[in-house]
Design a protein around this ligand. Structure first.
Ligand SMILES: C[S@@+](CC[C@H](N)C(=O)[O-])C[C@H]1O[C@@H](n2cnc3c(N)ncnc32)[C@H](O)[C@@H]1O
Length: 201
């Protein structure tokens, strides 16, 4: 199945390199068509992708049909039961999907599903709410357009999209409240891509 580049997949190498440091079990939340899972799975013991979009999951199944250590769940990640500690995830990835969910509820559930010593890697979108947000987005616009040109960027990969609701500051604040570390060495790698509307996803 096809691979492609866009400013979400631009982070895949970084996510895979980080996940392979721990190996073990990986959960990709909002896995869409499974491209990240396809890239992660050779480097971990087991990978699971979850997405409520039946069509996206069907495409992910097709992509991963010959990959025995990858499995797919069609459903809402917020409804996933929290497994016993031994079955929690060493890495949880969430690319361009956090803003589809109630922020704090989603972060809490991510924390619950993370194994002790595990790591949460979020690549997300943020809303522009202040002049500073707009200035930062504006500064990234040209480099992103250039990278798109260079890589033949594919914006519409046929997955559900949504407008981000929280600003970067609000997301950071929620992450600080909900992911204090504790038993899980929860770290957040928040790479907030420029939010200039639906077409940018
Ligand atoms: C913009 S897409 C990103 C897909 C993929 N991660 C990528 O980078 O191409 C957001 C995905 O989040 C999924 N999603 C939305 N709400 C979700 C939820 N509650 N649990 C799991 N996935 C969810 C959507 O169905 C969609 O496939």
């Amino acid at each position: 199945m096809e691979t492609y580049w866009n400013h979400n997949t631009a982070f895949h190498d970084e996510l895979v390199a980080d996940a392979r440091l721990r190996g073990g079990r990986v959960l990709d939340i909002g896995c869409g068509d499974g491209l990240l899972l396809q890239r992660l799975t050779p480097f971990v013991r087991e990978s699971v992708g979850i997405d409520p979009d039946e069509q996206a999951i069907a495409r992910a199944r097709e992509r991963l049909i010959n990959v025995p250590n990858a499995s797919l769940v069609s459903g809402d990640f917020l409804q996933l039961p929290v497994p016993a500690e031994a079955e929690r995830y060493d890495t949880i990835t969430c690319v361009a999907a956090l803003h589809h969910m109630p922020l704090k509820e989603a972060l809490r559930q991510m924390r619950e599903l993370l194994a002790p010593g595990g790591k949460l890697l979020v690549v997300g979108l943020a809303a522009d709410k202040t002049l500073l947000d707009l200035a930062i987005s504006g500064a990234f616009l040209l480099p992103i357009r250039l990278m798109d040109r260079l890589h033949g960027g594919m914006q519409d990969v046929g997955v559900r999209i949504a407008e981000p609701k929280e600003s970067l500051r609000e997301i950071r604040q929620a992450a600080r409240e909900v992911l204090p570390g504790g038993d899980c060495a929860a770290e957040v790698l928040l790479q907030i891509c420029v939010s200039v509307g639906e077409a940018e996803e």
